[in-house]
Design a protein around this ligand. Structure first.
Ligand SMILES: Nc1ncnc2c1ncn2[C@@H]1O[C@H](COP(=O)(O)OP(=O)(O)O)[C@@H](O)[C@H]1O
Ligand SMILES: [Mg+2]
Length: 346
């Protein structure tokens, strides 16, 4: 048996609870065949599955080889803090076709609002959409989709059943805590493991789009997501007053450094529309989003005004793109369409 035949055989070895084989999950790092011996190096870091996987491999390859040596090695990407290593990310979400990471330099700029409404807009177009709330320190997407009172449920297949509303499947640590907005005090390594579990142990089904509401900034979680998932595009949310601030450029540079295609920039709270008169006020001046987009050579996906209806709808679990006025719906629908164009899907 040669290396390729061994790889073919390994396609019979399933990752526990995932219904995907270890080859298509891209966990095989190396295969060495030496006469009657074979050595397999696997980059899986979840120790609880080592024994099951090794046993399956022994059974599968034991027929053809006298010696089967299975080694679990830490993935290079995991150990290295070098951004370059994200060039060949793992794929912990093989069920998702396009993964979109929504991020921002700072919190409070409307990242979750954009994530939620982008996800709902894509679902309205007929796509199968999942939303992962990766902002473990400020998980507010359950409230925005009105699922904050749901409790974690496990399915027969030992996988978590995601909550679902407005056509979007959603998972958030907010759904695992007693109160949906209980703040978490976690080391980033714990947060990272929780998110990996949400990627691997949630019954997402097949998804056309997987929208990830990232935490703000450029920390461990962002990096891990870029290492563990093949991101189709990063979307950066900012407000005009943040444009001049370094955080936005840092978020943009991080995506560029780690080789993530930037789907574009969303300028949120761009200008104020007075609810009584409908008059527009450019409180923070105009043209900031355009300038930043130009400076970094990334598309401006759209601008969303600061509106009371957006805040009220969002905070009350009524996503503006689903239940807002036609005018409000358009802001988000346009952004979704622009993103599809950037991805070459429209
Ligand atoms: N365009 C907007 N107009 C009015 N309020 C908004 C707008 N976008 C977001 N908000 C409100 O601003 C607050 C912060 O938004 P959120 O999406 O939670 O930010 P982040 O996820 O970046 O911390 C929320 O109360 C939200 O309802
Ligand atoms: Mg948020």
């Amino acid at each position: 048996m040669n290396k390729f035949e061994v790889e073919e055989e390994l396609k019979n070895v399933l990752y526990p609870n995932l219904n995907k084989d270890i080859v298509s999950l891209r966990t095989i790092k190396d295969i060495k065949v030496d006469g009657n011996s074979v050595t397999i190096e696997i980059t899986i870091t979840n120790e609880s599955v080592f024994a099951t996987i090794e046993e399956q491999i022994q059974q599968t390859l034991g027929i053809s080889f006298d010696n089967v040596d299975v080694r679990f090695v830490a993935s290079q990407q995991k150990k290295s803090i070098n951004y370059g290593s994200t060039a060949t990310p793992n794929n912990r979400a093989p069920y998702a076709r396009h993964i979109i990471a929504v991020t921002s330099g700072k919190g409070g700029v409307g990242k979750s609002t954009v994530s939620v409404n982008l996800a709902v807009a894509l679902a309205q177009m007929g796509y199968r959409v999942g939303l992962l709330d990766a902002d473990v320190y400020g998980p507010n997407t359950p409230r925005m989709l009105q699922v904050q009172d749901e409790k974690l449920r496990w399915g027969d297949n030992n996988k978590i059943i995601p909550s679902e509303n407005f056509g979007v499947k959603i998972m958030s640590v907010g759904l695992t805590t007693p109160k949906s907005d209980t703040p978490l005090v976690w080391r980033s390594s714990v947060a990272v493991s929780a998110l990996i579990q949400f990627l691997e142990d949630v019954d997402w089904g097949e998804l056309d789009f997987f929208v990830i509401d990232m935490p703000p900034g450029t920390g461990d979680i962002q990096l891990t997501m870029a290492q563990e998932l093949p991101l189709a595009a990063g979307v950066i949310v900012t407000t005009p007053q943040m444009i001049s601030v370094d955080d936005v450029s840092r978020a943009i540079m991080m995506f560029k450094d780690i080789g993530v295609n930037i789907g574009g920039l969303v300028e949120n709270m761009s200008y104020f529309i007075a609810p009584d008169t409908g008059k527009e006020y450019a409180i923070f001046g105009e043209g900031g989003g355009e300038e930043t987009a130009k400076k970094y050579d990334i598309p401006l996906l759209g601008k969303i005004p600061l509106m009371m209806d957006i805040r009220e709808g969002s905070d009350n679990g009524m996503p503006p793109v689903a239940l807002g006025s036609n005018e409000i719906k358009k802001y988000y629908k346009n952004i979704a369409e622009h993103l599809l164009i950037q991805l070459g899907l429209l």
